[in-house]
Write a protein that binds this ligand. Structure first.
Ligand code: HEM
Length: 458
């Protein structure tokens, strides 16, 4: 046998390589990870791929189902990727100076080839990301996926929930800082309203507005601050946290799936076969210590990540991209007159995702006995502050049973879900009113009613 092998003439490396490439067409080389032919190849497919190696070799069928997570976390991540790529290209064309910003956006809209599409895709993806991240949070809450299961070794889902809350705030800030950059009337006045709400915080309110604006009014210092925050600091912080968030999902044992399923899992006890013998100085002998192992048979509930997870990921990524592009074609990004501090639009509205705050400010502003209660403080700072604090602390106070994890709206979490849904619906209703029902002088109008003074604007 050894002689036969050594008798064969050695081929030059180049010839061997050429033969290999000819045998396996390039296409096959590219797609083999999507079509593994054995369990071993399925494992290799994720472990050896730079992009996929953070996935486990196997995932539970439950977490792959379309109707469990609605893939909202993945959709958020894809939208963030689209934003990073389109934003990177936009940086070549946009000039962050008060004199040039508006003109450079106008160039994008009207002179640069496909500039309007690039800008539109960036803007639509930003709006969609705010919505997707919010809905992702709603699904995580309603399925109790912020709770540790009973097999909680190394799990810390409450921490990942808190990371999520910070990610939601970062997403809002990213969108808010981007809003100012076109330097048109819409941008200028939306940021004026937003930062005015922020300034009503006690003690640090005025100071934080001053730091954010780089002065007392929105001007060049503000534009450059928002630009640096929008293009560098906030995206870097978001990337770092998204990576940590994903790593935690992996550490926490994948998506939180129903504990009931865990109970049903077959646990086959496999007794170890005493295979080794020993002898002590030839005086006495015996076989090795009998260690019993417990093997969990997860073949019934789990499948290999490749191709089951990878194909779904590709579908979700592609679908998100197509939907964003179609919406970009349908809804053109607005560009109003250049920013003019002397002309206040009536009504002046915050960006849509902060309109519920603007509404809260309106509701909580009232006069008793000649004293006006400051709504900006109650509605703009205290209530949202309480909401964020409640969101952060909720996993530590929610004592619902672990059997509720991974199930949509279980009975045992009735009141928790009722409170949460009440808040979500309240925020949505206020956002609707602020977007479609507020007209000049912040008067209430029906969505179909014409405004008296000025043409309708959202
Ligand atoms: C930039 C924003 C975010 C991105 C890109 C993101 C991404 C993801 C992804 C891809 C997953 C796994 C798949 C899925 O559940 O769909 C996930 C899971 C999770 N996310 Fe997020 N997420 C974000 C924001 C949030 C927010 C706002 C929260 C809650 C406040 C949150 C809490 C969680 C939790 C607790 C899990 C684990 C769920 C489970 O075990 O079933 N995430 N996230």
């Amino acid at each position: 046998m050894t002689e036969e092998v050594s008798a064969q003439p050695t081929k030059p490396i180049l010839t061997t390589l050429r033969e290999k490439i000819a045998l396996k067409p390039i296409w096959d080389n590219l797609i083999w990870t999507w079509r593994p032919e054995s369990k071993r190849e399925a494992g290799d497919a994720v472990v050896r791929n730079l992009l996929l190696h953070w996935f486990p070799a196997k995932v539970s069928l439950e977490s792959l189902s379309w109707g469990y997570s609605f893939w909202l976390g993945t959709i958020s991540a894809v939208l963030f990727l689209i934003l990073t790529i389109t934003g990177g290209v936009l940086m070549f064309l946009y000039v962050p100076s008060v004199e040039r910003a508006y003109l450079s956006v106008k160039d994008l809209e009207f002179s640069i080839s496909f500039g309007w599409f690039l800008r539109g895709l960036h803007r639509i993806s930003a709006h969609l990301m705010v919505a997707a991240v919010f809905l992702h949070m709603v699904r995580v809450f309603l399925t109790g996926a912020f709770k540790n299961g009973r097999k909680a070794v190394g799990q810390n889902r409450p921490l990942n929930w808190i990371v999520g809350v910070v990610l939601l705030l970062l997403t809002l800030l990213l969108s808010f800082t981007g809003y100012l950059l076109p330097w048109d009337q819409l941008a200028y006045w939306a940021i004026t309203v937003g930062t005015n709400i922020a300034s009503s915080a006690p003690v640090f309110g005025e100071f934080s507005r001053f730091v954010l604006l780089g002065g007392t009014t929105i001007e060049q210092a503000t534009l450059i601050r928002f630009y640096v925050l929008h293009c560098f600091i906030l995206p870097l912080a978001t990337v770092a946290l998204v990576f940590y968030h994903m790593w935690r999902v992996r550490k926490d044992g994948g998506l939180a799936c129903s504990e009931k399923r865990l109970e049903e899992e077959k646990k086959a006890e496999v007794p170890a076969v005493p295979s080794k013998t020993y002898s002590l100085l030839g005086i006495t002998g015996g076989s090795s210590v009998d260690v019993r192992t417990v093997m969990v048979d997860d073949d019934a509930t789990k499948v290999s990540s490749s191709p089951h997870l990878t194909v779904r990921l590709a579908v979700v990524t592609f679908a998100t991209l197509v939907v964003s592009m179609l919406l970009t074609l349908i809804v053109r990004a607005p560009l109003e007159e250049a920013a003019n501090p002397a002309v206040t639009p009536n009504p002046a509205k915050a960006p849509w995702y902060f309109l519920w705050l603007q509404e809260l400010v309106t509701i909580t502003t009232f006069t008793i006995g000649g004293i006006t209660i400051n709504g900006a403080l109650i509605g703009g700072i205290i209530l949202p502050g309480v909401l964020v604090a409640a969101a952060v602390l909720w996993p530590y106070f929610d004592k619902s049973p672990t059997s509720t994890i991974g199930r949509w709206l279980p009975r045992d979490r009735k009141w928790q879900n009722a409170v949460f849904l009440f808040i979500v619906i309240f925020i949505l209703v206020l956002t609707f009113i602020g977007t479609f029902m507020r007209g000049p002088f912040w008067e209430l109008y029906m969505p179909w009613q014409e405004w008296e003074q000025t043409p309708r604007r959202f």
